[in-house]
Design a protein around this ligand. Structure first.
Ligand code: B12
Ligand code: SF4
Ligand code: SF4
Length: 328
């Protein structure tokens, strides 16, 4: 029967930067934090985060025969220019190239073909036919950071990011739930480090969105406001956005683990030349008149998410903030 070590070797061969294995038991501490987050309304208008509560805390409700969870990580770090040209809005690192959901989905499909070939080698046909896999990248009803932590891939920082000793927090997560029985990883809590007394991310967050250690109030988070939020953005929060057009990296940029450990990504499609780039001309965005024109600029990249209205709203904010800076 296929082993956990073989699975991890195949994950590396497929291009995944991280792979950890864990069991599908619920994680009471994380479930409690998630409940608290919902109760306090920190999910803002992301109703889907509340609707999928049971499935998120109990992987068995996604597959009743699940035995193991394979957690996967893809490093997306890329360096930043110190200054961006006037009139441009900044795009966070994860979104500058092609849409990571599609890239990782393709990698998972290749990975599963490899696993199935290895199972053919074992040649117990009946056994192979009964093995099942289900997978998601980000959008699944799954508490990804909780299970990735349990699978030994990192610790949860005060900025709520999962931080790994070799890559910092600049990596995406994805998961495969399976009926395969695999040896789970057991990694001590402090293996990847800890925040200790550091509070840099809390101090650096321009909107005070890190309200408790590891809990983010999305209503104040610029990542939520520039990507997911559908309406207007309040004056104070808009002013705090500075030159941010899409997503926010501030609480990661200041983290000592990211300063010391970041490794440039090997996944070329995530680089700026494959997508909208590190920054986008805000006047160009404001001149877009139709969904067709919007898609010409954003198709195949994460920037489709806020739609034309949201991206124009963000571009206006960046230009207003630049004008304000020039007047001071
Ligand atoms: C909703 C969501 C958001 C929301 C809310 C974020 C939040 N912090 O909750 C918004 C839109 C704001 C957002 C922003 C971003 N997101 Co987001 N988001 C998600 C999503 C879909 C669900 C997260 C969730 O369940 N939140 C609810 C809270 C309660 O859960 P949590 O933050 O994950 O924390 C859990 C554990 O970490 C644990 N925990 C927390 N603190 C502590 C402390 C201790 C001691 C312990 C033991 C446990 C613990 O409890 C929680 C419940 O399990 C996940 C994908 C997924 N399916 O999980 C991506 C995900 C978390 N996002 C991701 C990314 C990259 C981002 C951004 C960096 C994007 C950007 N540049 O703009 C920012 C970062 C903002 C930030 N500091 O969190 C990555 C994170 C990868 C990583 N290395 O951690 C994920 C995993 C997507 C992916 N597949 O790669 N996101
Ligand atoms: S992503 Fe930006 S706004 Fe959100 S918590 Fe981090 S620093 Fe604050
Ligand atoms: S900046 Fe400091 S407090 Fe914040 S996540 Fe990194 S180590 Fe933890």
């Amino acid at each position: 029967m296929i082993t956990a070590d073989e699975i991890k070797k195949m994950a590396r061969q497929t291009g995944f930067d991280l792979c950890g294995i864990t069991t599908p038991e619920e994680v009471p501490e994380d479930a409690e934090r998630y409940r608290e987050w919902l109760e306090k309304g920190y999910h803002a208008d992301m109703a889907w985060m509340a609707a999928s509560q049971q499935r998120r805390i109990a992987p068995k409700s996604l597959m009743d025969t699940v035995q193991s969870i394979i957690m996967l990580g893809v490093n997306y770090y890329q360096p930043d220019s110190e200054q961006i040209p006037a009139g441009r809005g900044r795009v966070s690192r994860y979104a500058r190239g092609r849409d990571y959901h599609k890239l990782i989905a393709r990698m998972i499909k290749t990975f599963l073909v490899r696993i199935e070939k290895a199972m053919d080698r074992d040649a117990v046909v009946q056994e192979k036919d009964s093995v099942r896999f289900k997978w998601w990248v980000d959008y699944g009803p799954f508490l990804e950071r909780a299970y990735a932590r349990k699978a030994g891939m990192g610790f949860v920082g005060k900025n709520s990011m999962l931080i790994n000793k070799d890559f910092g927090s600049w990596f995406f997560l994805a998961e495969i739930v399976t009926t395969l029985e695999l040896e789970p990883d057991t990694v001590p809590d402090n293996f990847h480090g800890s925040c200790g007394r550091c509070t840099r991310c809390i101090e650096a967050c321009p909107t005070g969105a890190i309200v408790e250690d590891g809990l983010i109030d999305s209503k104040r988070c610029l990542s939520y406001l520039t990507i997911e939020h559908k309406g207007a953005i309040g004056k104070d929060l808009a002013e705090a956005a500075g030159d941010i057009l899409f997503g926010c990296d501030i609480c990661q940029e200041v983290c000592p683990y990211n300063i010391k450990r970041a490794v440039p990504t090997k996944h070329k499609q995530l680089l700026p030349e494959y997508g909208v780039g590190e920054y986008v001309d805000c006047e160009k965005i404001l001149s877009l008149e139709s969904d067709e024109q919007f898609l010409k600029l954003t198709a195949g990249t994460p920037l489709t998410r806020p739609k034309l209205y949201g991206l124009k709203r963000n571009a206006e904010i960046v230009l207003e903030n630049a004008e304000q800076d020039n007047m001071e």
